[in-house]
Design a protein around this ligand. Structure first.
Ligand code: XIL
Length: 349
């Protein structure tokens, strides 16, 4: 396990979130993104989370759009309730996300200088990480920093942060988080890294270039999050993904699956056939990662088809509800949950 973390993290080991230091003998922890209200007012949802999860992450709550309705207001209602649930039931809670281009409140469009951007980035992280220091112990510090079609000259996605601070915003966010909570596990999280496409290959290269540069300058970074919003209509580059994960592992970086779901709008309608296809694609993705490392966690972006973001962008032409997650809308197990259970337990030696 130390090898996976690199020798420079010895002092850190003691404070690792429980799932990040599971002994090699234990299964890999599984978790899910949660919606706050049903945790408290839907007993079946609460039971599903408690039956299956060792980790939760707020689907919302820590996004700027939820947390920062006004430049001078922090509304911690949602993350406080999520964390209270996690702590009451002995679950770990991941923090998603500190710095992103998405789900930003309108007032952030008025950020007009490097000085202002630096102040807002640093004060946000100081306030949020300071509030949850030692309780939220794994953070998606930067979410989706890689451009969708990265080039050598423009590998980093456009955002208010990139525009005013350049790519250095990533280092600033990581160093600020580490300064506030030296024991926190710092993650950079991104999507479509698995794809057997020109953009997928370019994203993997840009991501490796970014983390190599950060590690070479001793910027605090502990792991990479692979979101895993899988598009079955786009092939997974198994060897490319395995090679990517092997490079991360060789750098001493951990790997987490952070937002797994299978976007099923392109799949056949019949439920049994669709659920089987969803499970098969999830298995292919997980196995390509597991071939090169012991992932720190597998987290799905929701646990039940009852609560999924997928129809926001990927409604089905046949009008049938999407089925992207491990449990159906009645919280019944689907083949995808069996795949996840088999995969996480397969690391038991
Ligand atoms: C999504 C949520 O699921 C939606 O409810 C919200 O409206 C927008 O954000 N990648 C991410 C997540 O990192 O934060 C996004 O979550 C989904 C894509």
């Amino acid at each position: 396990m130390l090898g996976a973390l690199g020798t420079g993290t010895l002092p850190y080991l003691a404070a690792l979130p429980a799932y990040a230091k599971t002994p090699a003998m234990a299964a890999i922890p599984y978790g899910a993104a949660v919606r706050t209200d049903p945790l408290y007012d839907d007993p079946a949802y609460k039971k599903a989370i408690l039956d299956h999860c060792q980790i939760i992450v707020g689907e919302g709550g820590l996004k700027w759009i939820d947390l920062r309705p006004d430049r001078h207001i922090f509304d911690f209602t949602q993350p406080d309730r999520q964390l209270a649930f996690a702590e009451e039931h002995g679950l770990e809670m991941r923090g998603h996300t500190l710095i992103w281009y998405g789900a930003m409140p309108e007032w952030t469009e008025t950020i007009a200088s490097a000085e202002e951007a630096r102040f807002e980035l640093v004060s946000h992280i100081e306030t949020v990480v300071g509030r949850y220091r030692g309780r939220i112990r794994s953070w998606d510090v930067c979410n989706e920093p890689i451009a969708d079609n990265p080039t050598r000259d423009a590998p980093i996605r456009d955002s208010v942060w990139q525009r005013h601070l350049g790519r250095d915003y990533i280092e600033l966010a990581l160093r600020t988080t580490a300064a506030i909570d030296p024991d926190a596990r710092l993650v950079i999280n991104d999507y479509d890294i698995e794809q057997a496409t020109d953009s997928g290959r370019a994203k993997r290269k840009a991501f490796l270039d970014l983390v190599r540069d950060l590690k070479a300058r001793d910027v605090p970074l502990h792991a990479v999050g692979l979101q895993g919003h899988i598009r079955p209509d786009i092939p997974i580059d198994r060897s490319g993904l395995t090679a990517f994960v092997a490079e991360l592992d060789a750098m001493g970086l951990g790997v987490l699956v952070t937002e797994l779901d299978v976007i099923d709008d392109s799949l056949p309608g019949p439920v049994a056939e669709r659920d089987a296809a969803v499970a098969a694609v999830a298995k292919e993705f997980l196995e390509a990662i597991g071939a090169a490392c012991r992932p720190e966690a597998v987290v799905t972006w929701g646990i039940s088809d009852r609560f999924t973001w997928v129809p926001i962008w990927f409604t089905r032409g046949d009008g049938m509800p999407n089925r992207p997650l491990p449990l159906d809308a009645d919280y019944q197990k689907k083949p995808m949950m069996q795949v996840i259970e088999d995969f996480t337990r397969s690391f038991n030696q």
